[in-house]
Ligand binder design. Structure first.
Ligand code: FES
Ligand SMILES: [Fe+2]
Length: 385
């Protein structure tokens, strides 16, 4: 977010605090609990939200050097993301063209990928370099059996891939700018390519993936659920919200914002007092914390709408002189708040959703980010409810 934008958001937040108001959605939003629990809905989401859209894969600093790679399953498709020898980030289906074994696991650095099953080898541009039995595969079209390419892009220090193969004649580079709109400008101003990775944690809570995203989309619950952890530092139920297409930006104020009141507006630096929460549709939350970046990604389970996998990645400034213990403390606060307060309650809510005893949940006008997220889902799915 540039300085002008920070001042504008800060002004809106102070106005809300003074008037005991918050940004409001146009109307109360009713959502069917089946959105969190039905298999049909989960299958539709997999195809229309995850497999046909750019999915955020991490900041560029997850793959800083040529040969750095990352392998993970995205909505049922094993994805291999790799920075090639030429510095370009490419995405492939992580499926060997012999008999389908994954050619890479986890993350690391490689000059080539050697399939663990029978040793076929691919370069970092996905080209099959050779088979291991020349007689058995005499006449086989080696050149035509590179890894299946997926479209990808590196933009504003962010990595995206679409977990479905390139169509005939389609560009291998995704266009995300048009889609991100105003958020692209904010993200460009953050200089995200300069934040190295500090830590990655993965958990598999028994909640629908959308609940994991919902957790970050309203400050209404902070004074209640997080009374003993983060509530003393935040002004609950006060925030700004700006939608950008299917994505959104929510900003909340820390209680410390009051320190700015005596200063003339031109001298106010809102940076230490405002947290910006970017929702990158469909499944990513990028949080611009006071001095670092926190990224949450939620992925639906392959079979069960009541389960998901959530990744928390913490990126710190490249020029920090703070010791590792400081960043560990930030990681610990994030884990304690979300994994020990939000998600355990969410698991109880998921049981309630699956019980069939209630038909719907309701999001208030004071939860505009949540309303926008679920309205965006409906629009991307092409469903009315
Ligand atoms: S499955 Fe990869 S070499 Fe056989
Ligand atoms: Fe929370």
């Amino acid at each position: 977010m540039n300085k002008q934008e920070q001042l504008a958001v800060g002004r809106r937040l102070l106005g809300h605090i003074d008037g005991r108001t918050t940004d409001l959605a146009d109307a109360i939003f009713h959502n069917r609990v089946s959105a969190y629990a039905s298999r049909e809905r989960a299958a539709l989401e997999r195809d229309r939200l995850f497999r046909s859209r750019p999915i955020f894969m991490g900041l560029s600093t997850r793959l800083p050097k040529p040969g750095d790679y990352l392998a993970e399953d995205v909505a049922g498709l094993p994805v291999l993301l790799v920075r090639g020898a030429d510095g370009t980030v490419r995405a492939f289906a992580n499926i060997c063209r012999h008999r389908g074994a994954p050619v890479a696991q986890g993350c690391g650095n490689a000059r080539a990928f050697v399939c663990p099953y029978h040793g076929w080898t691919y370069d970092t541009a996905g080209k099959l370099l050779g088979t291991t039995d020349k007689v058995g595969f005499a006449g086989f079209d080696v050149a035509g059996h590179g890894l299946v390419r997926l479209p990808a892009v590196e933009r504003h220090g962010l990595l995206f891939a679409r977990p479905s193969p390139l169509a005939e004649g389609e560009s291998a580079t995704l266009d995300v700018d048009g889609d991100l709109g105003l958020i692209a400008q904010d993200l460009a101003a953050l200089d995200l390519a300069t934040y190295p990775l500090h830590s990655v944690d993965r958990v598999t809570p028994r909640i629908n993936w959308k609940f994991a995203v919902d957790t970050f989309l309203e400050g209404y619950h902070i004074p209640h659920l997080h009374r003993k952890t983060i509530a003393p530092y935040f002004i609950g139920n006060v925030g700004t919200f700006d939608g950008a297409g299917l994505h959104g930006r929510m900003c909340v104020a820390r209680t410390s914002i009051d320190a700015l009141r005596p200063l003339p507006e031109g001298e106010r630096n809102f940076r230490p007092h405002v947290i910006s929460i970017y929702q990158l549709f469909p499944n990513t939350i990028v949080i611009w914390q006071v001095d670092h970046i926190e990224v949450w990604r939620a992925f639906p389970d392959r079979d069960d709408p009541g389960r998901c996998e959530v990744e928390l990645a913490i990126y710190k400034p490249h020029d920090t002189d703070k010791p590792d213990a400081y960043w560990e403390k930030n990681r610990d606060i994030a884990i304690r708040t979300v994994l020990e307060e939000d998600f355990p309650l969410g698991e109880r809510m998921q049981i309630g959703f699956e019980s069939g005893a209630v038909d719907e949940v309701v999001y208030g006008r004071n939860e505009p980010s949540l309303v926008h997220f679920h309205a965006s889902i409906r629009s991307a799915l092409g469903v009315a409810a």
